[in-house]
Design a protein around this ligand. Sequence first.
Ligand SMILES: Cc1ncc(COP(=O)(O)O)c(C=O)c1O
Length: 413
Amino acid sequence: MSENNSKLSDPSGRGWVEGYKVIFPKMQHPYTEDEIQTVADVMRHAEGQTQGQYLEKFQADFAAFTGVKHAFAVSNCTNALKLAAIFCRLQPGDEVILPAYTYMASAVPFGDLGAKLVWADIHPKTWTIDPEDILKKLTPKTKVILAVHLLGLPCHMREIMDIAKRYNIKVIEDCAQAMDCRVDGQHVGTFGDFGCFSFHAAKTMTTLGEGGMLVVRDDETAKLVPGIRHNGLCAFEGPRERYWVPAMSNVESFLDGQWPQNFCIGEAQCALGAQQLKGVIANNEILIEQDRRIRAALADIPELSFPEVIPGGRYVVHQYVMHFDGSAFGKNRDDLLDLMTKKYGVRCITQYYPLYRYPLFQKMGLGTHDCPVLEEWWDNSFSLPWWCGIDDESLSIMTDGLRSAVNDLRNQA
Ligand SMILES: Cc1ncc(COP(=O)(O)O)c(C=O)c1O
């Protein structure tokens, strides 16, 4: 294992590093030849490279997949979240309740609009935002609840929607890690007012490394999305012989006092997205089966635990996070990962540091927190290397390694 290997500087912990038997790959899954051909066809034949027929098709296919009326492809999920925040008409000082256990991009679009971020705790069993803690943190200034279906785990959507209806609060769902994640068959992202999806390279499906989708429930809001997504541009009504008079197109303010953005996505990305959508369910089935095998292999080790899935929920296992409780013999997660990385050759990582611990949020005055479950839980959680189609040998190396590492720690006590 080379400590000097430059790849160690990859902050995500992904990618090849010398000396390990199992690592987190940089790319979830390689493109098929058909997918490569799809992109090449757009490059050769598409009339325009953006805002065309491939965008329309991708949006329509995505809407059908998730069961919504309105889906809008955008440049990434962070910008989908930003659009959702804009449409909630968030003003400086408005409060947004969100889990502190999430990737930083869940929070930044709201902070950027001047909202106060109120950190909610995780549920001790399901590890997603805890509806009871949301209730505790509500104030008259609460405008939005952000439900993040992190790791592909469905949030307690029924309870969250009940709270939102009772107190007239908007709900935005961050589904960046939750393609095909469902509750009672209903796709996540379709319970709240807005659903935001990511097609980043590390996600279940990707549109050439970056991309996103915003789904919108309300018909009136949906009419406003194309303009605010694309610099406020809109066509003049009706045929115009002098098409250049008074200008080629109009620029309109779609929401009073709100500048439009450019969050568009190109045609080649959309063509690939429509293609990748077809493989999502099959990929998730593989991930779910991998999870089943790992749980079965480690079921007799009480120190290791897995997330519980809400009744009726479909957990699509986007990342593989587990929890280690070595308190009975005075050991912790870091002791376990020392052994996993140095002795058993498995490059485990830790994922989604509580956001209030980062200097960024602290410097922005958002370091205050009251999340006792997360505080205890996070310091003993870790992730196994994870991708779709892990071979039997790698799975065994990981589960055998964990079994041996826990045993070693018990014996050291
Ligand atoms: C939970 C979560 N939210 C938001 C994002 C942001 O997605 P994007 O990279 O498409 O902007 C990510 C990306 O990793 C994520 O994991």
